[in-house]
Each structure stands twice: as C-alpha cells, then as structure tokens.
Design a binder for this molecule. Structure first.
Ligand SMILES: [Zn+2]
Ligand SMILES: [Zn+2]
Length: 387
C-alpha cells in the first residue's frame, strides 16, 4: 500500500514527507496505523549519518503509538483495533540474552536493528521505484502506517491518549529503566542528571519517584532546567563553563552517588564522572556518535568510582512499557509535561533541526489527530535550516 512517510535519502540532507510503498505484514508481524510519534535524539543521529555508513535511504521514527490494523500469521497477543506502543527491541525471548533476562540485549533484535531490517532480514518499505528503504530501529513510525515485528507491538491501556503514549517506547522506558534497572537508585540517594531533554526529564521523574534526594539537573539551556525543576529536580546547575562539575559537587556536599549522562558526548560523560563522589557510578544513557571516545583520570578508580552504559532501560519492554502506561494513568508520571511542541507529521525536518540545536525537550508529531486523542492546535514552529 502507499503511505506518506519521512524519508532520509542521505545524511545531512532535509528529511521530506513522501509517498512510499509499505508491504503487508509477514508471519509474526503487525501492521499499525500510527497515531503519533515522538522525535528522539537518535533520529537526529541517524539523520546526521552519525551511527555509521549505509543507513539510508531510511524511513525515520522509532518512538510512537497507534492502533493495530492487521496481524500476520502466528500473532496472538494483539488483534486489529488494539492500541499499541512501539518497542525498538522486539525481544525473541529464546536467545541466550533473553533467557538470562537481558531482553534489551536480545541477540536477533540487536543484529537486525542496525541493518535497517525486520527480524527476517528484509524490509517492508520501498520507494515507488522499488528501491528498498531501511526501517529506523525496526520501527519507522514517522509514517501513516508501520509494519513491525510482533514483539515490537506492546499492548497499551485504552484510557491513555496515544499522543502521550507515543513517548513510552523510547524516551520514557529508557529514562525510567536507567534509574530502576541499571542504577537501582534507592530513596535518599543523591543523583545528578546531565542533559535535560526528552529522556533526561524522564530520568529526573524516575529519580523523584524513587525518592532520590538531592536531584541535580544540569543543562546549558535555562528553559530545560525550569522543566527539570517542575519534574522534581531539587537543584539546577547551568552547564557550559569549566566550573560546572565543581558546582554539582558543591551543591551536594562532595558529589553524587549516581550521575546520569543523557547527551551522548565525551565532554558530558566526563562531566557526569567528575560530578561523582567516591564510590559513585556514572550511567551513560546518551547515544554518542560512532567513533567518539572518552578519557577518564584512571587514578580515580582508586576511589571506587564506576561507569557503565544503559541501553533502552536495561529491562523488559514488554513488562515496563505497560507498567509505565499505568503509572501515567494513575497520575504518577506526567507524560504531557515533557512535551514542548506538538506538530503535524509534515513538520518533521524542522523538529529534527531544532533538536539538533538543542532547542526544546520533546516534540510529538501527530500523524492522525483523532486516533492520537489530540484536540489542540497543531503548529509548525519557524525554523531556518542553517546548513
Ligand atoms: Zn529514541
Ligand atoms: Zn532474544
């Protein structure tokens, strides 16, 4: 079928909404009518070509929600009409990592994702001339419809508006999981969050819910620090000078036990490290460009400091996404509060451009306003592409 979708033809070029061909779902696949999609920094990394060569042409978008339209052979956990959020890791639940409970590291999903294909090694997307299009992180939801692996379609409660639920599958599950599953933050422990964009604000919300105290928000953008305070940060530190880490250390009486890096740059990873107290651990959530390297003062390992990564919340999306949806329904998680712009799908290039420049927290692209449950006005902010 013909659908409208956001196509990246080559890195660094504008992303345009075009007509593309979407094939029917195969066995163990699901066709979803997309309601809304969040614009995540990984889309910017892909659009910039920073995640490696050969990842184009591609239909972008990996954080979203919609309604099941059709299911392929062998799919029983959802039926047409069900509301689902997308998971970028369709965990097979049979490989060594899945059997060990590390569903985010599922081996077949980890192989297919970077190749831009679904689990069977092929794509359902193509240009009208037949050129295959890659799937972004096994999803491609900056589009009217998406065919995804069955395990990528996670059932959602029907009461949650889909424009809010669209954020669950990447930003929310990543931020909450970093706190709960990776760092296992306990009440009363101290934390800093470097980078208060869409995911960083979810880390702060999760820290507040876990009872962390103090929670220091660090960003170079004062408006994001205001959002961070509204979500539970107890202290804010404006980044961008040589004294940033010293100010975090001073504010917390000697540094934090947990420092979360949610930017993906060597200098902010170092900043997270420098904000730690002895025995503290830095958790790197941000996605760095391929080839980036970090250097650390090795003598400081003597003080029991540690550093580790956290991919996609280090948990089980099938369990965590519905749980987070329930948290939102009972009011413990404010999804709308991180959304700084709601725009039509056609605004995608400007939304990516503003994110590239660090403006705003989360943009939600509304693909189908009625399905998304969004009755506000859709606005395309001014954006001058400078390159
Ligand atoms: Zn993402
Ligand atoms: Zn697996």
């Amino acid at each position: 079928m013909r659908i409208r979708a956001a196509v990246l033809h080559a890195p660094g070029t504008p992303v345009s909404i075009e007509e593309v061909e979407l094939a029917a779902p195969g066995p163990r696949e699901v066709l979803v009518k997309v309601a809304a999609a969040g614009v995540c920094h990984s889309d910017v990394r892909l659009a910039n070509g920073e995640l490696g060569d050969g990842r184009w042409p591609m239909v972008l978008g990996h954080e979203g929600a919609g309604v099941v339209e059709e299911v392929g052979e062998g799919v029983s956990h959802v039926v047409p009409g069900d509301r689902v959020g997308f998971s970028i890791v369709p965990a097979c639940r049979h490989c060594d990592e899945c059997l060990a409970g590390r569903f985010n590291l599922c081996i077949p999903a980890g192989r297919a994702g970077p190749k831009g294909v679904l689990l069977d090694g092929t794509s359902r997307l193509s240009l009208p001339d037949g050129t295959p299009l890659q799937h972004a992180l096994m999803t491609s939801c900056f589009a009217e419809r998406a065919v995804v692996a069955a395990e990528s379609a996670i059932p959602l409660p029907s009461a949650l508006p889909l424009w809010q639920a669209s954020l669950l599958g990447c930003g929310v599950v990543t931020g909450f999981g970093a706190v709960r599953n990776t760092a296992r933050v306990q009440a009363g422990e101290s934390a800093a969050v470097v980078g208060c964009g869409g995911v960083g604000l979810q880390v702060i919300a999760a820290l507040a819910l876990a009872g962390a105290d103090p929670i220091v928000a660090v960003d170079r953008d004062a408006s994001k620090l205001d959002l961070a305070s509204a979500r539970g940060a107890t202290h804010v530190v404006e980044a961008g000078s040589a004294t940033t880490a010293a100010r975090v250390v001073n504010a917390t009486g000697g540094g934090v036990q947990h420092a979360f890096e949610v930017v993906g740059r060597p200098e902010t990873i170092r900043l997270a490290w420098d904000s730690l107290r002895p025995g503290g651990t830095a958790v790197v959530v941000g996605l760095a460009p391929r080839g980036a390297e970090v250097s650390l003062p090795a003598i400081e390992f003597l003080s029991d400091k540690g550093i580790r990564g956290s991919f996609y919340g280090a948990g089980d999306a099938l369990r965590d996404i519905p749980y987070l949806a329930e948290l939102a329904l009972v009011g413990d998680l404010d999804l709308a509060g991180v959304v700084t712009s709601v725009e039509p799908l056609d605004s995608v290039d400007g939304a990516l451009g503003r994110l590239r420049q660090g403006e705003g927290a989360r943009t939600v692209l509304i693909v189908d306003p009625a399905l998304a449950g969004y009755d506000g006005e859709l606005r395309t902010p001014e954006y001058d592409r400078k390159d």
